[in-house]
Design a protein around this ligand. Sequence first.
Ligand SMILES: Cc1ncc(C[n+]2csc(CCOP(=O)(O)OP(=O)(O)O)c2C)c(N)n1
Ligand code: SF4
Length: 343
Amino acid sequence: METESTNGTQVKLTAKDYASDQDVRWCPGCGDYSILAQVQRIMPSFNLTREKTVFVAGIGCSSRFPYYMNTYGFHGIHGRASSIASGLKMARPDLDVWVTSGDGDLLSIGGNHFIHTLRRNLDIVIMMFNNKIYGLTKGQYSPTSEHGKVTKSSPFGTLEEPFNPLTLALSSGGSFVARAMDRDAKHMQDTISKGHNHKGTAFIEIFQNCNIYNDGAHFLYTEKETKPDNTLFVENGKPLIFGEHKDKGIKLNGFRPEIINFNEDGNSINDVIVYDETSKELAMIVAQLSDFEGFPMPFGVLYKVNKPVYEEQMELQLEDSVKKLGKGSLEKLLFEGSTWEIK
Ligand SMILES: Cc1ncc(C[n+]2csc(CCOP(=O)(O)OP(=O)(O)O)c2C)c(N)n1
Ligand code: SF4
């Protein structure tokens, strides 16, 4: 339970305090509702004040998120949430800054901004709601739509291979890379909390069902019957096991992952990889598992390392420069050096 100081008084906040008075305008049954509920539920545990919390979004159904949070918010332009959040965090490092975005918003028009935000490692949280489609614009394919996907903008099937958001984040220098799903509330809460508590940019991909334009895109991983055999829940220090009876595991044969079954001769849990979330090599291998036929989809925190954060380095550099060179003048800077006049 959190406390907030308003006019000197201490008030305990609950999930309800984080819900705004706006009507939620997502389609009934949309996976976004679950994400909103889980975020509101965990917010009080962070001991923050609402005045110091900001949700930044681009454009899309998912990007309506800031309207529904009773915090500060910024509904920006398409694809620019990471950049707006970066500027905000640099100017006001005391704020708690969150980005909510869709797979189209973040990886298509916002792709460039996204990769550089990860590379810089500002202390913010980026949540990407992945429904593998453009929801708001009524069902065109997105950078995560599978190859061959028939949509309004790809009537004969997409020709491109989709991005794997986790390997993209890892290779862009992300210091916290994780995946959750709309239908597993507890795991989502836990993953987002870990992301928030990480110092640096936390990237969390959340599988979200768009029941209007791409219903069932993630059902293999969310439904009771199919989930155990098709998902791998990664935990630091624990063996990579999965399956309804927890009798399957992932082992490495050189760099190649292999599935082993403990009921078959010679296989045992001791052969399975014990996960180390600080190993980028392991994170890369596990993030790609689902790209191969028959392998499960990984969820949880795949990678988490401590690296210097951008805003602190910038502050130190500024202080150091002022010490060495004095305060400086913008006017002088603009008019010094080689300037010329166009006549
Ligand atoms: C510059 C610009 N280009 C295109 C659009 C149209 N547009 C609005 S939202 C969107 C895609 C949203 O998809 P996604 O980010 O996956 O979010 P979802 O709606 O599925 O949550 C597009 C292409 C726009 N608003 N601005
Ligand atoms: S179009 Fe899809 S993503 Fe958008 S609100 Fe409706 S169900 Fe949700």
